[in-house]
Design a protein. Structure first.
Lengths: 273, 435, 285
């Protein structure tokens, strides 16, 4: 089955065009991080300019970037792993041992996220305070995990359901037990789903700002709180904010880049029979 | 002999214990330039006070206010020193949420500008120490004024200002006659707009706490504001606050701008402004009365009443708001970088005057602002550009949204004020100010 | 054994979520029935339905509900349709596909606060924003996005951020599309549109349902973008339910009314969810 080269060319042009268009604001952010404040607000916008590393130096001098980065790393990775450990079995059970109640439980899980966080701020704050957990990393990990759990269950449920039934039936007819079936058929085929679910939840925790800001002060702040100190101060701040944002999202973007390959591997393995 | 040894051991242990017991202060602060300077000078503080370590939590104004208010109201104890504004201090000190600031003779508490000091004190005791103060003033392009043949007096009237705006307005060449705040918010557009209402002879609440938003001064002020900005304002004014207008003026797009005096230091700095050498200053314009034309604001350091680190906190606050600190900043970064608007001695200093061309105008503005008497009719509230009641944040923002709606042409002046009046009455009733 | 295993697998998720949900929910329920303002701590007298009444009679209430629904609706439509189209576009190999995929999902990595500032200053500012310059390049007057079309501006910002999410889910799902079935259909003479309509779309049914449900939940509580750009204005054109709750909770510090508002948000969410389930529910099985 040969792909029509004309279609491929059109496809490439279209895809690249849309991708660049969508990526443009981020690319602009990247450029702005290397400008001075005056250059950043220049009219018309500057594409060509002399780059400077001043902003990054300023960010590093002003705040303890490494501490925040470390906290972000610990809380997002911790909450993702914890979440996967709890969500994967639940999603598996709902996908393969379906009952009449399954859809209701799925909906109920989603409903736990229906209350806007800002409405539950005072109850949670008071709870955390009573438990002596204000400004601690475990508190953030717990909150992130529980915030993302419904999403994880839903997404893993979808990816388990995507596994074609024929493969499972074939395995069962070959005499595989549930455990073997899980280990040798389901697991490899769902790696792609697990990976994309994990990546998304990593990003959600990484960017989580509301709880990070309100439940921490000096010790447990994440990169989201770092950004909060750069947004809307008095005076020109745009270049510095761009630099701080770059430093805040760089780890996750790099990670996303690499895990992209994993995703593709997992996915193509699943599609090939 | 044994007793002597024992005593020696105890003393040695105690000494060792003292040397290790460094108190850690968590300071919540706002992310403006002066506070960032202070963070940079932390090593100097820790050298002078080796048993105190500082940890900083820096946030933008709105988030900071939410954080510290939630914390102090629930006695969370997350912060040992809080940065609060001139708005919170009277409210919180009345509730007994703050510890008084103790100062010594060297601190010279009388040196603090009287307008600010009275705003921060209750029953003669200072409840928060100011490290930065500001008022508002008119900043304009001298070159454009000359070109238009206009000479603005030290305190112009709004009529004169409008004349200049009309003449200087040149959108084809990217110059707009007047840049003003338009973004809705009690601390955004309403800070400026309240002063406008003040000079038109209006007030927020009358002596029985009834909102006055549908009275003549408000109507006149809003009509004037909307017309002025429609004719001479930049596009997108409805989303502009301090930062946006600063960017516009620095790029040379505004002939005039009325905003915080702190803007002057950026505008006259060639590294931050394209028009650094073309800026002149005047007092905020007046209409019917000069009362309440310039606002008053200060950022201050305070200690929550439930704090367990009172001693260390007092030491830090005294250090950070002292004359020595100002001299320290001058030594490290020059006189143009010192926090202003707090002490008479700063303004009297010839080095400072040399570097800050706007200093005289700024001091005049601050001195003329009186939070206790900023409206023509007598008012029950304290504050020039706000009313120091807890409900004001919400009321101010709702009214701000309506002012923006009028500015954006989405509502007529009358309709906007009517909606604002209804909303304000609703909130005040809920707050129990009147039935 | 057959009954036990599934229950045991689900137990940890169900129990933890239950606790996580029930405790704040009960506290919020309690607060909504008392008068409790953080600025006046002390007595918390029972006040019945007063908080609810106050929240509902706010003149902004019904506009906010409308705006909330519009925001959710528009973003879902844009991201689902856009996501499917983009996923189809990158479904076949072409030079640089890996890079294109990374570019497509990057907007999701940006923090909402940065996203809002990015759009407000860099893109949408009518004087020095990029969009303004593009408009003037074509000889048109730049659009004053945040003033004239505030809700649409917020929709654009939020959709830009969530499109990658939908895209990623659909890309992942398309990869498990049955190739042999596709080939068989093509050989049977089905053209591209028929293949799309009869094979691809049903296969994407479940991921679409997931994307819609998840986005609905997140979009309900959008507020950082609004707070940073328009502060709910002009008037109440970009105020949504969550922003109203924010005003009560973190400006007025009125925990009682904020809690009542939060419960209203939950009710609204449940109504919308029930409605959506009617339409797409069968795709969840």
């Amino acid at each position: 089955m040969q792909a029509n080269p004309l279609f491929t060319a059109l496809r490439a042009v279209g895809a690249w065009g849309v991708a660049l268009l969508l990526f443009f604001p981020l690319g602009w952010l990247f450029l702005t991080a290397f400008k001075t404040e005056l250059q950043a607000i220049h009219v018309p916008p500057l594409f060509v300019f002399e780059p400077t590393m001043d902003n990054f130096g300023e960010v590093q001098r002003r705040s303890d970037y490494l501490l925040f980065a470390r906290n972000s790393l610990i809380t997002s990775v911790g909450s993702t792993i914890l979440g996967l450990l709890i969500a994967a079995p639940a999603a598996y059970s709902m996908a393969f041992f379906r009952t009449k109640r399954t859809r209701d439980i799925l909906m109920w899980m989603l409903s736990t996220k229906m209350m806007p966080a800002v409405g539950a701020l005072v109850p949670i704050y008071v709870l955390a305070q009573t438990a002596g957990m204000l400004d601690t990393l475990p508190a953030l990990i717990i909150v992130f995990t529980l915030s993302n759990l419904p999403i994880m269950v839903w997404m893993l449920y979808t990816s388990y359901k995507d596994i074609p039934n024929e493969i499972l039936e074939a395995a069962r007819m070959d005499g595989a037990s549930i455990w073997t079936e899980f280990r040798h058929v389901v697991m490899p085929l769902s790696v792609g789903g697990l990976a994309s679910c994990g990546l998304l939840c990593l990003v959600l925790s990484w960017n989580e700002a509301f709880w990070a800001l309100n439940l921490t002060s000096a010790k447990a702040g994440t990169l989201a709180t770092l950004i909060a100190s750069y947004s809307s101060p008095e005076g020109l701040f745009w270049a510095k904010l761009s630099a701080a944002s770059l430093m805040a999202i760089a780890p996750i973007v790099v990670f996303g880049w690499f895990s992209q390959k994993q995703l593709v591997q997992g996915l193509t393995f699943g599609a090939v029979k | 002999m044994k007793r002597f040894l024992k005593a020696g051991l105890v003393l040695a242990l105690a000494g060792a214990g003292l040397a290790h017991a460094a108190t850690e202060l968590v300071i919540a602060t706002v992310n403006n330039g002066h506070m960032i300077e202070m963070q940079k000078l932390t090593p100097q503080f820790e050298k002078a006070f080796p048993d105190i370590k500082l940890k900083w939590v820096t946030l933008e104004e709105g988030t900071l206010r939410q954080r510290v208010t939630t914390d102090i109201a629930t006695k969370g104890g997350q912060f040992d020193v809080m940065t609060i504004g001139l708005y919170e201090t009277p409210i919180w000190s009345k509730k007994g949420w703050l510890k008084p600031i103790t100062t010594d003779a060297a601190y010279d508490v009388d040196d603090i500008l009287p307008a600010i000091r009275s705003g921060l004190s209750l029953d003669g005791k200072l409840y928060a120490a100011p490290f930065y103060g500001e008022s508002s003033m008119l900043m304009y392009r001298k070159d454009l004024a000359d070109k238009a043949g206009i000479k603005l007096p030290e305190q112009p009237t709004w009529t004169q200002v409008k004349e200049f705006a009309d003449k200087a307005n040149d959108p084809k060449n990217g110059v707009y006659g007047m840049c003003l705040r338009g973004k809705p918010g009690w601390g955004d557009n309403m800070a400026f707009f309240t002063t406008l209402v003040n000079t038109y002879g209006g007030q927020w609440f009358d002596m029985s706490w009834k909102p006055q938003l549908d009275t003549k001064p408000w109507k006149d002020a809003l009509t004037f504001y909307v017309d002025l900005m429609k004719k001479n304002g930049p596009p997108g004014a409805a989303a502009n606050s301090f930062n946006e207008n600063l960017a516009l003026f620095s790029e040379g797009k505004c002939a005039m701008w009325i905003d915080a005096t702190i803007a002057a230091s950026s505008l006259t700095d060639p590294k931050q402004s394209k028009v650094a050498d073309k800026v002149a200053f005047a007092q905020a314009p007046t209409a019917v009365t000069p009362k309440g034309a310039n606002w008053l604001w200060s950022w201050n350091l305070a200690i929550p009443a439930s704090s367990t680190k009172d001693d260390a906190a007092q030491k830090f606050i005294n250090w950070a708001t002292s004359k020595d600190y100002i001299n320290l900043v001058a030594k490290e970064h020059g006189w143009h970088a010192v926090p202003t608007g707090t002490r008479k001695s700063t303004y009297a200093n010839p080095e400072f005057q040399k570097v800050a061309k706007f200093a005289a105008a700024e001091k005049k503005a601050i001195d003329s602002a009186n939070p206790n008497d900023s409206t023509l009719p007598k008012s029950p509230y304290v504050g020039v550009q706000y009313a120091a009641i807890p409900e004001f944040q919400s009321i101010g923002t709702i009214v701000g949204q309506q002012v923006t709606a009028a500015l954006a042409g989405k509502a007529t002046v009358d309709a906007a004020l009517k909606t604002a009046q209804t909303a304000a009455e609703r909130e005040m009733k809920k707050g129990g100010y009147y039935k | 054994m057959n009954r036990f295993l599934p229950r045991a697998l689900m137990a940890p998720a169900v129990i933890t979520l239950f606790l996580w949900m029930i405790v704040p929910l009960l506290m919020t329920l309690y607060f909504s029935f008392v008068t409790y303002n953080l600025m006046q701590p002390g007595e918390r007298p029972f006040s019945g339905l007063e908080n609810f009444h106050y929240f509902v009679t706010d003149p902004d209430f019904w506009p906010a509900v409308m705006n909330t629904l519009l925001l959710i609706g528009w973003v879902i439509v844009i991201t689902v349709i856009g996501g499917v189209l983009l996923a189809l576009l990158v479904n076949e190999p072409f030079p640089g596909r890996g890079i294109v995929r990374v570019l497509l999902i990057s907007p999701f990595f940006v923090m909402p606060a940065v996203n809002a500032l990015l759009w407000k200053h860099m893109m949408m500012n009518p004087i020095y924003g990029v969009l303004a310059n593009v408009w003037t390049f074509f000889g048109l007057t730049p659009v004053d996005w945040l003033t004239d079309v505030p809700l649409l501006s917020v929709v654009i910002m939020v959709a830009w951020q969530w499109l990658p999410f939908a895209c990623l889910i659909f890309i992942t799902s398309l990869q498990s599309l049955d190739r042999e079935q596709m080939e068989a259909a093509r050989m049977d003479g089905a053209n591209a549109f028929q293949r799309f309509g009869y094979l691809t779309v049903p296969h994407l049914g479940r991921p679409m349902a997931v994307v819609i449900m998840i986005e609905m939940i997140f979009l309900l509580s959008v507020f950082a973008e609004i707070a940073i750009t328009t502060n709910g204005g002009p008037g109440n054109e970009s105020t949504n339910l969550t922003y109203m709750i924010f005003k009560q909770s973190l400006m007025n510090f009125d925990v009682g009314v904020a809690s009542a508002g939060a419960l209203f948000a939950v009710i609204l969410a449940n109504i919308v969810a029930a409605f959506l389930i009617r339409i797409i529910g069968k795709n969840l099985d």
